[in-house]
Ligand binder design. Structure first.
Ligand code: MLC
Ligand code: AMP
Length: 502
């Protein structure tokens, strides 16, 4: 089946598609802008033929224009993390073979040198839209849904992040299952403050919202006062966030209480109470947090489970019991099964197994990495590396098979990647990175370091040194200097022993 411009935007002329501070744009305005951007990208070409075009911008009208413009013109969208360090960007751009980069203002200025060194054309959204292109005579390409649409970088058990490729078909499947499951309608209004280089913000919020014809209110980051003012005003019907956001909101509520602003606090909680849905995901929602949120707002959090490679896989029901500490059942169209270490399906409910996933929602491949792609599938099932059990019909996530994956504030971090960077520090001889339980972040990054003879290292100095070399959320929150790392008979660091040391 060939089709034009997929994933689609709902084409209702008058509904507000996007809001940003005091500005707003209707679907008609947005569609016209995207068409003009797509035409500018194409210049004289008929089809971008899966050219990889990166963009480096926070949630904004330009972000949406760029992403959909690339899709409509037949390119592959590569959204980048605006908090990245240069070396991280270099990896993504090189790995994906990016040829053009879209960025504006100071984001653009920050990329001039890097793009020049990688021979990447750096342009702004206005540059692209000002290119004279006659859409009527040329038209946008007809795209087969099996075409590649997006590359998102995700950390894994390997040192450097891998590029997860999804097709237009994958993206459409990921969106439509959530629209049905969570009862999206064009009446919905949702705030978007999560980063837009990950599936949670891109698919669950932005793409579902626009597909449903709803209104998405854009924030460049988690701006608590601005967001809570609108919540207080009853502006939103749906709220989606990682558990850390709910923790931070509760911390904010506590600070209001301390300042004697009880009325303000009540008004914000009433705003949440009036919504039709609050969702938590991307990391485990502790039962204590689930109960606290219910106590404050009357909202029974809907917890769901997902992954960059699969979109969303498992969700508590919209109607029916949303069970604390559990992620619910397989979403419609998604096959979920648990497997033991011998690749046999787990048949007993109380026995844990690795979550494996099949369905149209599953990604196509890791970009330019056949080995990693084939290793991540078994008999057609995508192997998530997450371990779960089933309690009375509800999946419960029990952990991950690799200790080298850390989830901090919803970000997936690779211990090996962080270790690789720390090892380049002149005073560090050996290092082991682990995730340790943390009330705010879920897990916090902890570094155990053996120093070179005679060297010393203060935490603040290490943090400052890291700033240039990694996204700030990867920087260890804890530094422990040790005389030796615990190792087994094979010489491998026994990370579980490090956990016990804390
Ligand atoms: C920020 N910091 C973090 C951090 N986020 N540290 C550890 N882990 C994190 N996640 C640090 C900063 O480096 C800074 O440190 C300090 O906290 C304040 O930064 P900030 O930017 O002002 O913080 P804040 O805006 O409050 O950010 C917190 C957050 C953010 C929760 C809003 O982390 C976030 O947006 N997380 C969501 C990530 C996400 O979307 N994941 C979904 C992946 S997809 P210092 O020392 O400089 O002060 C996926 C699949 C699925 O998982 O199922 O959805
Ligand atoms: P990412 O690779 O960034 O997309 O993160 C995906 C990972 O987040 C999954 O493999 C899980 O480990 C974790 N995750 C997502 N949702 C949940 C949840 N509700 N409970 C526990 N872990 C989760």
């Amino acid at each position: 089946m060939a089709m034009h411009s997929f994933p689609t935007l709902n084409n209702d002329n008058h509904t507000i598609a996007l809001q940003e501070a005091d500005q707003s744009w209707t679907y008609a305005q947005l569609n016209t802008r995207i068409d003009s951007f797509a035409a500018g990208l194409l210049k004289q070409a008929r089809d971008l033929e899966e050219e990889r075009i990166a963009f480096f911008m926070p949630a904004s009208l330009d972000y949406v224009t760029t992403m959909h413009g690339i899709w409509r013109a037949g390119g592959i969208a590569v959204p980048l993390n605006v908090a990245s360090a240069v070396s991280e960007l270099e990896h993504s751009l090189t790995c994906a073979g990016v040829t053009r980069m879209i960025a504006n203002g100071h984001y653009r200025d920050a990329l001039v040198e890097l793009c020049a060194s990688l021979d990447i054309e750096l342009v702004s959204t206005e540059d692209v839209m000002s290119i004279e292109a006659n859409l009527d005579s040329q038209g946008l390409p007809d795209l087969n849904p099996s075409r590649r649409a997006m590359i998102l970088f995700t950390s894994g058990t390997t040192n450097k992040p891998k590029g997860v490729v999804s097709t237009h078909h994958t993206i459409a499947a990921q969106i439509t299952t959530l629209i049905d499951a969570w009862h999206w309608t064009s009446d919905d209004v949702i705030p978007l403050f999560l980063p837009l280089h990950h599936i949670h913000g891109i698919i669950n919020i932005l793409s579902c919202g626009l597909w449903a014809g709803a209104t998405v209110d854009l924030f460049a980051g988690f701006d608590v006062p601005a967001i809570t003012q609108k919540i207080k005003a009853g502006h939103y019907s749906v709220f989606m966030a990682v558990p850390t956001i709910y923790v931070k909101l509760i911390q904010y509520f506590d600070s209001l209480k301390t300042q004697g602003k009880e009325q303000e606090l009540e008004a914000i909680c009433d705003g949440f109470r009036a919504m039709r849905l609050n969702i938590s995901g991307s990391a485990a929602c502790p039962v204590k947090l689930f109960n606290q949120w219910y106590g404050l707002t009357g909202q029974v959090l809907l917890e769901r489970y997902g992954m960059t490679e699969i979109g969303m896989g498992i969700s508590n029901p919209y109607e029916g019991e949303r069970r604390a500490g559990h992620v619910g059942q397989a979403l419609p169209g998604v096959e979920v099964a648990l497997f033991d270490d011998n690749n046999q399906p787990v048949t007993k409910d109380d026995t844990p197994g690795e979550i494996r996933i099949k369905g149209d929602n599953v990604f196509l491949e890791y970009w330019d990495n056949e080995k990693a792609t084939s290793e991540s599938f078994h008999d057609g099932w995508f192997c998530t590396g997450d371990v779960a059990g089933i309690d009375d019909g509800y999946y419960r996530i029990m952990g991950r098979s690799s200790i080298d994956i850390i989830k901090s504030g919803g970000y997936k971090l690779s211990a090996l990647e962080i270790e690789g960077v720390l090892l380049t520090h002149e005073d560090i001889k050996e290092v082991a990175v682990i995730g340790v339980e943390d009330e705010t972040w879920g897990e916090a990054v902890a570094a155990f370091v053996v120093l070179n003879e005679g060297a010393s290292l203060e935490y603040e100095d290490l943090k400052a040194w890291c700033k240039e070399k990694m996204s700030s959320y990867k920087i260890p929150k804890l530094l422990k200097i040790v005389s030796a790392l615990p190792r087994n008979a094979m010489g491998k660091v026994t990370k579980p022993d490090l956990k016990k040391q804390l």
